[in-house]
Structures are given as structure tokens and as C-alpha cells.
Design a protein around this ligand. Structure first.
Ligand code: UTP
Length: 296
């Protein structure tokens, strides 16, 4: 079955990036020249997604505005003959068909996904967390969708992390009794564990914010008990799903940045700016001067 719908949960508070995110959603902080969420939307479209369901909150209205038509701005640009910016602004509005649902209380990622239940319907769907920026030759979500089609299993994106960092992530439990097709990129799973201590971690493969899920996940989310802070964890619901349906991890080929916090956001900006066709050369020169002066 084709995957045509992607859920983008963007209702979180973004506390790791305060005070920058006091009035501006973290999803709209720029990575070089575009808001972070635009990269994730572009990735989803490149992966064949036709419909994006944004799970949002009252503080995040400006995300919808970014993907809407800005008539006044377009009129000004047109009157000025600024065709380049007019095209850029219009291209964002034409990029995607957005459906918005509200998460009225911030009760966790699992709860946010559950809010999209009616909008998704009874078909498998993708979940994309725009905090995880993935840059690569092919869209990471497209790789997951291919793995979903090849295995008829729900799929979670995974990446290797140092063993002493397992406490920061959901960690997958590989089922080593089953073959791992696709040169080891597709890994059958027994289940997942949320933020285990290194000694208890079943692997060093961490879950990253791209998923392709059976609609049965909604039943599991409804049955998942609220944990710490009243939150419903998506990881717990996927663990429950794993007892009934096959689940695989997929080692995507790109590089992932956690742009929901300053360190990852700075690294992403640096890497992408250094490679940028317009800004790269000037930035490399500035950096060389900075490093040389620092050595003195
Ligand atoms: P995070 O764990 O990054 O939480 O959520 P957060 O609140 O956004 O950010 P911090 O930790 O306070 O800095 C992972 C994803 O789940 C969404 C977030 O928007 C993000 O895309 N989310 C989280 C919701 O949509 N609703 C929630 O209640 C919690």
C-alpha cells in the first residue's frame, strides 16, 4: 500500500531552546535560509507524501502561516518587481496541502499522534518529527517507505549512537533470530526500550524521528497508560504494537541533526552553510580567518 499521509507533531513547548522559542516556534528557526520545518516538509514531498497533518497548539499558528498564501506580501513584491522573492514565497505556499489538528494539552508525542487519528483514517501513515533534520542524497522518509513496502512491517528510523548515550534515546531491541535484509540496513525488531541505562540497553541503535506505522497504532495509543507528567509515549505504543505486528528498524543513509536544541541547530547551520552555493565560500573564508586569529 502506498503511504500518502504524514503526521507532523509540532505541539511541544520547545523548552530546550528557550528563550529563542518563547515567541517563535522552534520549527520556524532558520537553518541557513529556510525554517527547519520546511526541510522536513520537502523531504516528505520528495518521499511521495501528498497530505501533511500538522498536530499543532495555540502557540504554533505561525507554522501554518508559513505554508499559506501571503497576499499582502506578494502584492508588495510584485509591485517592486522582486520576482525572485515572489517566486520563493509563492513556492512555499504551493508546496503542500496541510490539514491542521490541535493538541489542546501537551500530553506527549504519543498523545499528539493520537490527535491525528480521524484525519489519518484507516491507512498506514508516516510520522515526521521536524526536530530531527536529516540531510542526505535520498529522502530518509522515502527510504523508510521503501522498507515498509519491502517488508510489510511498520518501520522506525534508527541510527548508531555511542553506548554511553543510550539514556538520551529510545533504543531498539533487534531480533537476531531473523535475517537482516538489505545489507543490514533493515533490522527486524523484538521491541523498543525508552531511554535505557547503557547496561540495560539491548543495542546501540537509537530511534530517530521518522516512522511508518500501521493504523493499529491508534488502538495501542488509546490503551497506553499516561506516564510521567501525564504523557503518552509513542515508544510505549510501538512496543505494544510489536507484540502483534512485525516491526523493523531502518538505518537511513543521511546525517541527522537534533535542531530542537542549540548544539544540533548550530552544527546543522554550520555544515549546511559551509556547503551552500551562495554563502559557502564567504563563510569558509571567515572561518579560516577566525581560526588563524585564534592560533595567535
Ligand atoms: P520533544 O521531546 O522535543 O518535546 O518532542 P518538545 O516539548 O517539543 O521540546 P523540549 O523537549 O521541551 O525542548 C518531540 C516531538 O513531539 C512533539 C514536539 O513538537 C516534537 O516534534 N510533541 C511533544 C507534541 O506535538 N506534543 C507534545 O505534547 C509533546
Amino acid at each position: 500500500m502506498n503511504i500518502r499521509t504524514a503526521v507532523f507533531p509540532v505541539a511541544g513547548w520547545g523548552t530546550r531552546f528557550l528563550p529563542a522559542t518563547k515567541a517563535v516556534p522552534k520549527e520556524l528557526l532558520p537553518i541557513v535560509d529556510r525554517p527547519a520545518i520546511q526541510y522536513a516538509i520537502e523531504e516528505a514531498i520528495a518521499a511521495g507524501i501528498e497530505r501533511v497533518i500538522l498536530v499543532t497548539s495555540e502557540h504554533k499558528r505561525s507554522i501554518e502561516d508559513h505554508f499559506d498564501i501571503a497576499s499582502d506580501l506578494e502584492a508588495v513584491l510584485e509591485a517592486r518587481g522582486d520576482i525572485e522573492h515572489l517566486r520563493a514565497v509563492r513556492a512555499v505556499a504551493d508546496m503542500v496541502h496541510l490539514v491542521t489538528v490541535r493538541q489542546k494539552e501537551q500530553l506527549g508525542l504519543g498523545h499528539a499522534v493520537l490527535m491525528a487519528r480521524d484525519a489519518v483514517g484507516h491507512e498506514p501513515f508516516a510520522v515526521v518529527l521536524p526536530d530531527d533534520l536529516i540531510i542526505g542524497e535520498s529522502p530518509a522518509l522515502g527510504e523508510l517507505i521503501a522498507a515498509y513496502k519491502a517488508t510489510s512491517s511498520s518501520v522506525v528510523a534508527v541510527m548508531e549512537v555511542p553506548k554511553d548515550q543510550t539514556r538520551r534515546y529510545g533504543i531498539v531491541d533487534p531480533d537476531t533470530s531473523l535475517p537482516s535484509p538489505d545489507g543490514g540496513r533493515t533490522i527486524p525488531l523484538r521491541g523498543l526500550v525508552e531511554k535505557p541505562a547503557p547496561a540495560d540497553a539491548p543495542s546501540n541503535l537509537a530511534i530517530v524521528g521518522r516512522y511508518v506505522l500501521s493504523p493499529k497504532i491508534f488502538e495501542k495509543l488509546e490503551q497506553t497508560p499516561h506516564g510521567a507528567g501525564g504523557e503518552i509515549q509513542l515508544t510505549d505504543a510501538i512496543q505494544a504494537l510489536a507484540s502483534e505486528l512485525p516491526i523493523v528498524g531502518y538505518k537511513f543513509s543521511g546525517t541527522r541533526y537534533d535542531v530542537g536544541a542549540p548544539e544540533g541547530w548550530l552544527k546543522a547551520n554550520l555544515d549546511l552553510a559551509l556547503e551552500h552555493p551562495t554563502y559557502g565560500a564567504a563563510l569558509r573564508a571567515a572561518l579560516a580567518t577566525h581560526l588563524r586569529d585564534g592560533e595567535r
